[in-house]
Design a protein around this ligand. Structure first.
Ligand code: ADP
Ligand code: ADP
Ligand code: MG
Length: 681
């Protein structure tokens, strides 16, 4: 076994590989770009080498620089992770030439599978079933068009060198073929530097089922069962599970054996995935082989109890496979959800920013601080693989993944129930995420019943993207509770009035809090006010014209709150970021912005001690009396217009000599509201 390896990757996969190294007593070397100097993966490794600028091209894709780093640190082997250089045969070759072990398949196997077209020719020879189509060398547009016509529409054009869901075009009719070919070739050339395409029959309502294979240098080759990765957006996986649900044992065995045959056909060594596309009737066809560890490998680890990175290291160190096919056993069911910083409602656009608050459900993190991960780590009911911590940024340079949430259960139902709970416990503040979208998918009818196919998201688009109906009143009550706590009201519903003296109005019995619901999607704003009234021992809260009794307490832990409003009782967690209150309750995330009177007092109207109404509206609070000495910025009058509160603050220090309006008065645009005597101070 190796003493030291270099991990030529970043993010969660680099942390994941480092965790196994730690467990096996292997020293690990991280590499990092300018943007990653303080990244989690750097801290997860024993040593780290800076390899260049923020973009992948300037760092994680620089073959010579990485080889140099391995040499300089004395690493005996390089683990490429996934993405970046993991399927780059030149990199594998460069490692070999430098006398460093590439933890992956032989160069020839990468090359053979690197071209989807060439791979299909090889698979055909090995009697692995293929989707009807054309994968020949001749790329004459007329010939391609005739082939497509012969296959029958719809067809799928694919970049032979493609990956990551890029470079694919569905063509519905012969008339559209020429234009689709041109655009597919253009994308293939710019994304993969190679414009060769292949054509496949486009299957309707297919499933994506893949098989994890492993081979060693001693003639051993096994399959570690199957995964279903049908739930995709833009041909990219969102949810993955093992084993693939609802398939007959016979089909699974055939697929497993076909996958091993595919690996053997290219003298494969190490971890690989053979992807199949499957029809409703259970026919399956080879799609491609990914010659690396997959993003979704944890689901296989959970149902087999094996550490696939350990297997990779052992095989790379020339050891035989740890288990035979007969020894491999399936245990229960596992599901992975990819939590991304992205905006599902805006075409899954990546969202960048700082993770101001990050809380993942209780689980074992397959990372350095999990200590003796061992069996418990792999078989824990909830596992989080993440490459970021609270305070880290999601930058535009790399994949916007925040974490992978992986759950295990004795059955699919149990795993699914656990996944729903776990998703409810995720809290992310600072950028948009797909958490709510994931919750909707996992609670949808087709997902719950295992009726999976690659069109699931598109077909259920309306339900999955409909505006959310959220527990608004409960969340608002929790936001009020958090605000009152922050402003000095003590726990257990004690009177906030004393602490909030600057809000005290003339009678002192009514207070108004202005809020703006900024939701998760800032396009969905609404402004409203909450009024508190005190009548003997009872506090009430007015919202939407309804008055209800209100009590609250600060629960266990800084962020936990409990509130009752009318007969609704809510417990939840509130994360406060400045004047924005992020409320996590009943599985929903909502945000409310407090219209802070003091902060807004700086937006003063008028000047020279003359204060005028910024718009027509109603005076809802007069905060000063004639004779009051005020500082610059002291709130003087609160107006309400268009459901929004506007605070009129003193433009400068002075003495209030006259108040011209009272609570309830309507004022015209530009009306002078009070007189401030500047000289007298
Ligand atoms: P998996 O099949 O393991 O789920 P994905 O297709 O989601 O893999 O890709 C895994 C990672 O590798 C992603 O970060 C993706 O962007 C990247 N990736 C995949 N193929 C390519 C490629 N040909 N070029 C660059 N990056 C790729
Ligand atoms: P990539 O290298 O980008 O992963 P794949 O060939 O693996 O490309 O295809 C990605 C996805 O596209 C599949 O998981 C599946 O959803 C869809 N797909 C691929 N081939 C077909 C096909 N012939 N018919 C229907 N859908 C397909
Ligand atoms: Mg694929």
């Amino acid at each position: 076994m190796f003493n030291k390896i270099l991990i030529a990757n970043r993010g969660e996969i680099a942390c994941r590989v480092a965790a196994t190294c730690k467990r096996l007593g292997i020293a690990s070397v991280a590499v990092y770009s300018d943007a990653d100097a303080k990244a989690k993966h750097v801290a997860a490794c024993d040593e780290a080498v800076h390899i260049g600028g923020a973009t992948a091209a300037e760092s994680y894709l620089r073959i010579e620089r990485i080889i140099e780093a391995a040499r300089a640190t004395g690493a005996q082997a390089v683990h490429p992770g996934y993405g970046f250089l993991s399927e780059n045969k030149d990199f594998a070759q460069a490692c070999e030439a430098a006398g460093i072990v590439f933890i992956g398949p032989p160069v020839a196997a990468i090359a053979a599978m690197g071209s989807k077209a060439a791979a299909k020719a090889l698979m055909h020879a090995a009697a692995v079933p293929l989707v009807p189509g054309y994968h020949g060398d001749n790329q004459d547009p007329q010939l391609l068009h005739r082939e497509a016509d012969a296959i029958g529409y719809p067809v799928l054009l694919k970049a032979s060198a493609g990956g990551g869901g890029k470079g694919m075009r569905v063509v519905e009719r012969s008339e559209d073929f020429a234009a689709a070919l041109t655009s597919c070739k253009r994308e293939a050339a710019s994304s993969f530097g190679n414009d060769r395409v292949l054509i496949e029959k486009y299957l309707t309502r297919p499933r994506h089922v893949e098989v994890q294979v492993f081979a060693d240098r001693h003639g051993g080759a096994v399959y570690l069962f199957d995964r279903d990765c049908s739930v995709q957006r833009r041909h990219q996986k969102v949810l993955e599970e093992a084993p693939a649900p609802g398939l007959a044992a016979e089909i699974k065995r055939e697929m497993g054996e076909a996958a091993v045959a595919a690996a053997r056909a290219v003298n494969y060594v190490g971890a690989g995935t053979v992807e199949f596309i499957m029809t409703g009737s259970g026919d399956f066809y080879f799609m491609e082989m990914n010659t690396r560890l997959q993003v979704e490998h944890p689901v296989t680890e959970m149902v087999t109890g094996q550490d696939l990175v350990e297997w990779q290291l052992r095989v790379a160190a020339d050891e035989p496979l740890p288990l035979t096919q007969q020894q491999l056993k399936l245990d229960g069911h596992a599901i992975e959800a990819r939590i991304y910083a992205e905006h599902p409602a805006r075409g899954f656009l990546p969202s960048t920013g700082t993770l101001k608050h990050l809380r993942m459900p209780e689980g074992v993190e397959f990372a350095i601080d999990a200590g003796g991960v061992g069996e418990s780590g792999r078989k824990a009911p909830v596992r989080i693989d993440s490459g970021v911590r609270e305070g880290d940024a999601i930058t535009p340079y790399y994949d916007p993944m925040i974490a992978k949430l992986i759950v295990h259960g004795a059955t699919r139902e149990e795993a699914l129930a656990r996944l729903k709970r776990a998703l409810h416990a995720c809290e992310v503040v600072g950028l948009h995420t797909n958490i709510e979208f994931l919750q909707r998918i996992v609670t949808s009818e087709p997902f719950a019943t295992g009726d999976l196919d690659t069109g699931l998201i598109e077909r259920h688009h309306d339900a999955l993207f409909a505006p959310a109906k959220k527990p608004f009143k409960e969340a608002l009550a929790l936001a009020c509770a958090a605000l009152l706590t922050r402003e000095g009201g003590t726990a257990h519903g004690a009177s906030p009035w004393d602490a909030l003296s600057h809000w005290r109005l003339n009678g002192g019995y009514t207070q108004t809090l202005g809020w703006r619901n900024i939701g998760d999607h800032s396009d969905n704003e609404s402004a409203f006010t909450v009024r508190f009234a005190r009548n003997g021992g009872t506090q009430t809260l007015d919202h939407d014209g309804v008055r209800e009794d209100f009590t609250w307490s600060n629960g266990t832990g800084q962020h936990a709150f409990c509130a009752t409003i009318g007969n609704a009782r809510a417990t939840g967690r509130v994360f406060v970021d400045g004047d924005t209150f992020h409320v996590f309750c009943l599985g929903e995330a909502q945000a409310f912005e407090w219209q802070n009177l003091l902060a807004h007092a700086a937006d003063v109207e008028g000047g020279e001690g003359r204060l005028t109404a910024p718009m027509p509206g109603k005076v809802i609070a007069v905060l000063v009396e004639p004779g009051a000495i005020v500082e610059k910025g002291t709130p003087l009058i609160v107006m309400e217009a268009m459901k929004m509160e506007h605070t009129i603050g003193a433009p400068t220090a002075g003495t209030v000599s006259e108040v011209l309006y009272a609570v309830g008065d309507q004022v015209a645009d530009g009306a002078q509201l009070l007189v401030l005597d500047v000289q007298s101070v």
